[in-house]
Design a protein around this ligand. Structure first.
Ligand code: ASP
Ligand code: MG
Length: 591
C-alpha cells in the first residue's frame, strides 16, 4: 500500500472551513488506498501572533520559552484536523513532535533533527488511522520542546517522507506551485512544471518563499520527490526533482530578498586568518551570513562585505565592532536600505554572457549595482531597496521568464520514488540526517584574475565590462564586487589564463573611461571550492574552509558563497597545498 505524506501550511488551515477542507483531502487519499501521514502548520498567522506576544512581554525572550510558546500553534491545528476527520467518520490521531519521537539538538528556535522514530506512526497507520503530525517541532534529550526555525513544517514533512519511505511528499500551500519569481511581486511570473533540487535550494535560500530550504536539502539528500501544489484546487503543481525543467535554459528563476542588511569592514590586514576571525565571531551568535564578498586588497589591506538578515544587524554590528578593533581594521559601515536580486539556473554554468545580460538589463533600468556575487548557478546583486522591484522586473523580462522554455519537459516525469528503506538503512539515514554532506572539494588553477579598484558607484559599469568581455568570447567564471571606500567599489573577476591579456586590455579602456583608481591582475590564481548539501545552514563550512587555509598559511583573496557552494580564490602557487588541506579537513563529511 502506498504511503503519502501531505503537508498543509498555515493558510491551508486558517479557519474551520479550511480545516474541514484539508480533512477531506486526506480522507480522499486514504479512501484511494493510501496510508496517509499529514503534517500541519499553525493556523494562519498564529506563529507571528505568538512571536509578537513574546516581544510584548520581553525584549529578549529566552529561546527555550519561545519554543515552548511557538510549538502550541501546531498543537492546536493538529487536534482540530483530527477532530474534523473524526467528525467525517474516519480514524485519525494527532501527535506532537515529542509524541512521534522527533529528537533534535538543543539549539532552540533553530533546532536540527537528530532522529525520528517511526514506530508509533506505523502502528497507528496499521490500525487504519490517518496520522496527523505537528510540524516544526521536536524534543531534545532533556525533553525540552524545540522548534526547527520558521517555516520548519516543510522540513518535518520531508523528513517524515524520508524515514517512512513515502511514495510521495505533497506540499499543499496557498500557491499552486513554484514560480519563476514571486507572483505577488510580479504578476507576469510563470509557474514551472519542474525544477531541480539545486535550483530550488538557491531560490529558497533567496526567499522564493515556497519551501523552507532545509526541507529541500533533505529531499535532495534522500531523493524524495516533492510535489508543491495548491490546497484550494486539484491542479498539479510543480515537481521538485533531480533534473531541471529544460536543458536549454540559462536561467530558471529570479528572486528578490528585501530584508537584507549589508556590512562592510574596511582596511582589514590582507593576511591569512582575517576572514576566519570575522566570520567565526559572527557565527558564535548563530547569525546566518548570506552573501560574503571579499575583494582583492590594495596596499596590504582588504575589505570584506557581507549581508545578514536585517533583524540580525544589531548583534552583527556589536560583534563586528569588537573584531574590527581587534584586527586593526580601518573601520566598518553598514546599510540596511538594500535588497538583493538574484537569478538562478543550472544552465548558466556552461554559458557565457549570462552575467552581462543581467547587468545590462539593470543598467538600462537605471539601477545601480552595489555588490555582486556569482556562483556556478546563481548571480546575485545588491541594489538600493527603492530600486528592488524595478530591478527584479528588468531581469525577469530580460531572461523571458514569463515564457515556457524550449524543450519544456513533457518527457516522462523522472520517477525517483524513495527506496523502501530497510531497518539498518533507516538507522543509518537517521544518524546522518541533517549532517553536512560534501559532494566535492575542488581546485581550478586554470584561471587568472583582474581587479578594478575605485569603480564609481553609477549604473552601467559592470554591464559595460562584462558585455565587452563576453563579446571578446571570454568566459568569466567568478565575479565579485564589493563596497569600497568613498562611494567607490572594487570589481574583481576571473577568466581563463590565456585570456588575461585581452581581458586586461578591455578593462583598461573602461577603467580610464570611468576614471577608476587602478587595475591589477594576477596571471595565475587558484579557485578552491567546497560544494555539497547543508552549506548555508552550516555556517561552519565557510569557517572550516577559512580556518584550514589560515592554518596552512594561505591568504584568501576573493570569496563568494551560494547555497550549494563556497568558492575562494588564493594565489596560484598555493592551489595544490590548499586543495590538499581542504580535502583533509572535509574528508569526514564526504559521501
Ligand atoms: N508555524 C511555523 C511558522 O510559521 C512553522 C511553519 O509554518 O512551517 O514558521
Ligand atoms: Mg508557515
Amino acid at each position: 500500500m502506498s504511503l503519502v505524506v501531505q503537508k498543509f501550511g498555515g493558510t491551508s488551515v486558517a479557519d474551520a472551513e479550511k480545516i474541514k477542507n484539508v480533512a477531506r483531502k486526506a480522507i480522499r487519499a486514504h479512501q484511494a488506498g493510501n496510508r496517509v501521514v499529514m503534517v500541519v502548520s499553525a493556523m494562519g498567522h498564529t506563529t507571528d501572533v505568538l512571536v509578537d506576544l513574546a516581544k510584548q512581554v520581553s525584549d529578549r525572550p529566552p529561546a527555550r520559552e519561545m519554543d515552548m510558546l511557538l510549538s502550541t500553534g501546531e498543537q492546536v491545528s493538529v487536534a482540530l484536523v483530527a477532530m474534523a476527520i473524526h467528525a467525517m467518520g474516519n480514524k485519525a490521531t494527532s501527535l506532537t513532535g515529542a509524541q512521534i519521537g522527533i529528537r533534535t539538538d538543543s539549539t532552540h528556535t533553530k533546532a536540527r533533527i537528530r532522529s525520528i522514530s517511526t514506530e508509533r506512526m506505523r502502528r497507528l497507520l496499521d490500525e487504519g488511522n490517518i496520522v496527523i503530525a505537528a510540524g516544526f517541532q521536536g524534543i531534545d534529550e532533556n525533553l525540552n520542546i524545540t522548534t526547527l526555525g520558521r517555516g520548519g513544517s516543510d522540513t518535518t514533512a520531508v523528513a517524515l517522507a524520508a524515514v517512512l519511505g513515502a511514495d510521495a511528499c505533497e506540499i499543499y500551500t496557498d500557491v499552486d506551485g513554484v514560480y519563476t519569481t514571486d507572483p505577488r511581486e510580479l504578476p507576469e511570473a510563470r509557474r514551472v512544471k519542474r525544477i531541480s533540487y539545486d535550483e530550488m535550494l538557491e531560490l529558497a535560500s533567496l526567499g522564493a518563499g515556497v519551501m523552507h530550504n532545509r526541507s529541500i536539502e533533505f529531499a535532495k539528500k534522500f531523493s524524495v520527490p516533492i510535489h508543491v501544489r495548491s490546497s484550494f484546487t486539484d491542479q498539479p503543481g510543480t515537481m521538485i526533482v533531480p533534473q531541471p525543467e529544460s536543458r536549454d535554459q540559462a536561467v530558471c528563476g529570479a528572486a528578490l530578498t528585501k530584508s537584507e542588511a549589508q556590512v562592510t569592514i574596511q582596511g582589514l590586514p590582507d593576511k591569512p586568518g582575517t576572514s576566519l576571525a570575522v566570520f567565526a565571531a559572527i557565527a558564535e551568535h548563530k547569525v546566518t551570513v548570506d552573501m560574503i564578498v571579499q575583494n582583492v586588497g590594495e596596499h596590504g589591506k582588504a575589505d570584506i562585505s557581507f549581508t545578514v538578515p536585517r533583524d540580525e544587524l544589531g548583534i552583527t554590528l556589536e560583534t563586528v565592532a569588537k573584531v574590527a578593533g581587534e584586527l586593526g581594521a580601518a573601520g566598518f559601515s553598514h546599510d540596511d536600505n538594500v535588497a538583493k536580486v538574484s537569478v538562478v539556473g543550472l544552465g548558466m554554468a556552461k554559458r557565457t554572457g549570462v552575467a552581462d545580460q543581467m547587468f545590462r538589463a539593470l543598467s538600462e533600468a537605471g539601477v545601480n549595482i552595489e555588490m555582486i556575487s556569482t556562483s556556478e548557478i546563481k548571480i546575485s546583486v545588491l541594489v538600493g531597496r527603492d530600486d528592488a522591484l524595478k530591478a527584479l522586473r528588468a531581469v525577469h523580462q530580460e531572461f523571458q521568464l514569463d515564457q515556457p522554455p524550449a524543450g519544456n519537459g513533457d518527457e516522462a516525469e523522472s520517477a525517483v520514488a524513495v527506496d523502501e528503506p530497510d531497518a539498518v538503512e533507516i538507522v543509518r539515514r537517521l544518524q546522518s540526517m541533517e549532517e553536512l554532506t560534501i559532494d566535492d572539494v575542488s581546485l581550478d588553477d586554470t584561471q587568472a584574475r583582474v581587479t578594478i579598484a575605485g569603480v564609481p558607484d553609477v549604473p552601467g559599469v559592470a554591464a559595460d565590462v562584462f558585455e565587452q568581455i563576453a563579446a571578446a568570447g571570454i568566459f568569466v567564471d567568478m565575479i565579485v564586487q564589493s563596497f569600497g571606500r568613498e562611494g567607490r567599489a572594487t570589481l574583481s573577476f576571473t577568466v581563463p589564463q590565456k585570456d588575461l591579456e585581452a581581458a586586461v586590455k578591455i578593462a583598461d579602456v573602461l577603467a580610464k573611461r570611468y576614471e577608476c583608481r587602478s587595475i591589477t591582475s594576477s596571471p595565475r590564481v587558484a579557485k578552491l571550492s567546497v560544494s555539497g548539501i547543508g552549506l548555508r545552514s552550516h555556517t561552519e563550512v565557510a569557517i572550516r574552509m577559512f580556518r584550514t587555509l589560515s592554518d596552512a598559511g594561505i591568504n584568501v583573496e576573493m570569496i563568494n558563497t551560494s547555497e550549494v557552494r563556497v568558492n575562494v580564490v588564493v594565489e596560484g602557487q598555493h592551489g595544490p597545498a590548499g586543495l590538499a588541506a581542504l580535502q583533509k579537513a572535509f574528508a569526514q563529511f564526504q559521501r
